[in-house]
Design a protein around this ligand. Structure first.
Ligand SMILES: [Zn+2]
Length: 331
């Protein structure tokens, strides 16, 4: 990706746990994960297997410093590939499961992000997520926890977890509270469920972005709505193919979404679980759609335009991109 600045809006911090760090933590914890890993990725064969592998790997994160190292390693790696901006998702409910407070987990991830920024200049924001399967009451509790611990790097809130559980509208009170506090809003939808799941989120929640949203490609009217409302999709093609939503990249609807005028970005989701990387997504998309550096930079520009940052930071990030070539004059 020489010469192309990258940006990422959709990556789960625990899902970015490098295999090398997992191996080190496994030795410390006295756990054998040799059957769980191969090279730099985790092994699994179907969706339940993915969830089991995700659980086994992320349960190795027992101390705040583990989160700090994970964030620093991941962000330094994508910065070395050219990333100038990244948002990381984290979940208060996951921190609790790991036996840590949200505040301790947040401080640790922020510390790792600061270390990466000091070394590489990568700008980072953190976007805590509420988990759909835990229901609206837990969502309110998680949102109150998030708002009770404001942090300069926490600039958004999201909805993740099992998309088949609960209606988006049930989370409207939690999102209203977060939006009122000034947080940007995003929600996973249209990944494993159909276009109606995306429409439900647009109808019920104050989002400017949708995580995945690729199911919208099956509904031309919905694509037109996304384009009209300038909703940005955090598309994760490699993750979608790895989970079997599409047979391969040629069958992935990214090109159809772009053709319909939907604003899209490229993201790795849970990189070592899906064999993805941010640079890898840019490379594979360049190959699949026949894009040059300027075509790829358009994804980065969209990501920065949709980033949950203040306007001064946005302008500074945009200034680091290659200028848009003016259209040739035609008589
Ligand atoms: Zn995701």
């Amino acid at each position: 990706m020489r010469g192309v600045a990258l940006a990422e809006l959709h990556c789960h911090v625990e899902g970015a746990l490098p295999v090398s760090l997992a191996r080190e933590l496994a030795v410390r914890e006295g756990v054998d994960i040799s059957a769980l890993t191969d090279g730099e990725r985790y092994l699994w064969h179907d969706f339940p297997g993915f969830l089991a592998a995700y659980g086994r790997a992320t349960r190795l994160l027992r101390r705040p410093e583990d989160y700090a190292r994970l964030a620093e390693m991941h962000l330094s790696a994508i910065a070395a590939d050219g990333a100038i901006y990244a948002e990381l998702f984290l979940a208060p409910d996951d921190a609790t499961r790991a036996g840590m407070s949200y505040a301790a987990c947040l401080e640790a991830v922020a510390e790792g992000a600061e270390r990466a920024r000091a070394r590489s200049g990568i700008e980072v924001r953190l976007v805590p997520h509420i988990l759909r399967q835990n229901g609206p009451e837990a969502a309110l509790r998680a949102t109150r926890t998030i708002l009770a611990h404001p942090h300069p790097l926490v600039t958004g809130i999201g909805l993740a977890g099992d998309e088949r559980e609960h209606l988006a509208a049930e989370f409207a009170p939690a999102f209203a509270m977060a939006a009122e506090a000034g947080l940007g809003c995003t929600a996973h939808a249209g990944e494993v469920c159909g276009p109606e799941s995306v429409a439900h989120v647009l109808d019920a929640l104050p989002v400017t972005r949708i995580g995945h949203g690729v199911a919208a490609a099956a509904d031309p009217a919905l694509m037109a709505r996304l384009a009209d409302e300038e909703i940005v999709l955090e598309v994760c093609p490699g993750s979608n193919v790895a989970l079997g939503l599409f047979s391969d990249r040629a069958a992935h609807p990214l090109a159809r979404l772009i053709a319909a005028g939907v604003r899209v970005t490229l993201n790795s989701d849970d990189p070592p679980f899906f064999g993805t990387s941010l640079a890898g997504e840019y490379r594979a998309t360049a190959a699949a759609l026949g894009l040059d550096a300027a075509g790829l930079t358009a994804f980065t520009r969209t990501a920065i335009e949709a980033a949950f940052v203040d306007e001064a930071t946005r302008a500074r990030l945009i200034s680091r991109l290659a200028p848009v070539e003016p259209a040739p004059f035609r008589a």
